[in-house]
Design a protein around this ligand. Sequence first.
Ligand code: BES
Ligand code: MN
Ligand code: ZN
Length: 496
Amino acid sequence: MDIRFVTAGGGDVVAVMATDGGELLAAGKALDTASSGRIAKAMKAANFKGGVGQVTDILAPDGVDFARVLVIGVGKPDAADGLAVERWAGHAVKRVLTSGAEKLVLQPDALPSVSKAEAGSHAAMGARLAAYRFDTYRTKLKPDQKPSLTTVEISMDGPAAAKARAEKDAAIVEGVFFARDLVSEPPNVLYPETFAERLRDLETIGCEVDILEPAAMERLGMGALLGVAQGSSRPARLVAIKWNGGSKGAKPVALVGKGVTFDTGGISLKPGAGMDEMKGDMGGAAAVAGAMKAIALRKAKANVVGVVALVENMPGANAQRPGDIVNTMSGQTIEVLNTDAEGRLILADAVWYAQDKYEPSALIDLATLTGAVIIALGNENAGMFSNDEDLAHAITAAGQTEGEPVWRLPLGAAYDKLIDTPNADMKNIAGKPVAGSIVGAQFVKRFIKDGTPWAHLDIAGTAWKSGPYEDPLSPAWATGYGVRLLNRLIQNRYEE
Ligand code: BES
Ligand code: MN
Ligand code: ZN
């Protein structure tokens, strides 16, 4: 889909803004005047109140050049931020994407806390994110199921500043789409080796990509990661993606992702219902990959390294058993009491490797780690854990700005004790079914070195969402959650 910035757009459909109470903003008022009040009349007839995402859809109004006018609410003007403008544009795209219309004109207005240039670039961002589809394997789509929309014109006075901002934002959209595509791919197509190959492509945009195979991991002592992989015929991969946009020698920020390309649970086999969704159990790795892509595409002035642990968790003949004790690269041993608590096992070696090799100034890991975080927070917030107040606040703020919120949950010695065992240095599940997400975080924490500022994001509830896909900015199963948050965090906190 083509995005253009123009001063006077023309096309099939136009979208304008209205605020709480059904007040048209400037662009809508102009249309209403041109149509001798028909727009306002239609809004009234439809009992339109201007709430967020509410739409009045007006066909063939007299006096205007558009065949269809969409009046879309942005809610209370003082509460409307850049994300509200994105959702406004997203709702417009959602309405017309497969409608037969080829061209949509968006007429964004400034809001009390959104400048005109910001409104224009957020409109572009919202339009792009809303147009996402994963149709790779749909070979029999009927014409009216296929997107008809080819062009979105952002129509506004002085569009140059908005255009410049939107051109930079294109990198973020690319990153989000990369993550969504990876999460959406079926597990027979995307497995550790093919995932690693897709990451290799990041070399073309200036990243350094290192791919470790099992022999190298064996030499490093990554027994926890390899223990998970051993039940599958697909060999594991550990991939490091480096972006050196900061000063030479400056310590990088490390982003670490759980990349279980399919999680059957292993010998602690999951129940059958809904198991297909476990193709998305590499959502943390996808978020890291997408963030690295965005950071590289916009040539961020920061040193960042992404480390992803890629395995398939299968109950094969050589699978690890409940009761196995494995060694980790850190030297600590783990008693594996449940092979379905595999994410923490691969993270144990991945976060240690990231710290050992890159001595990062901070480490953030993302993982679809626990079903418990969905019970606690649903699909709205990721669970966040951190040993560093400043980092935690920066992550919270970045998530807020980007519409990828996190909610901080506690850590503590009493939770840590739950993974003690007489048989090894720790066990991979707690003795009782309590505080599952915290226990997972405590486990990962045992592999964080003293002095490494660290945060863990449990994204099991946010990496994908079951339909109907009501969020216009996230119109498919995979959300791409984490890419925007990480990119914003790097921009706000680590760029020179
Ligand atoms: N990948 C799952 C967590 C998950 C569940 C992600 C639902 C997305 C949706 C993880 O590997 C897992 O199986 N966790 C177990 C841990 C338990 C055995 C301690 C869980 O959450 O039940
Ligand atoms: Mn599992
Ligand atoms: Zn898992």
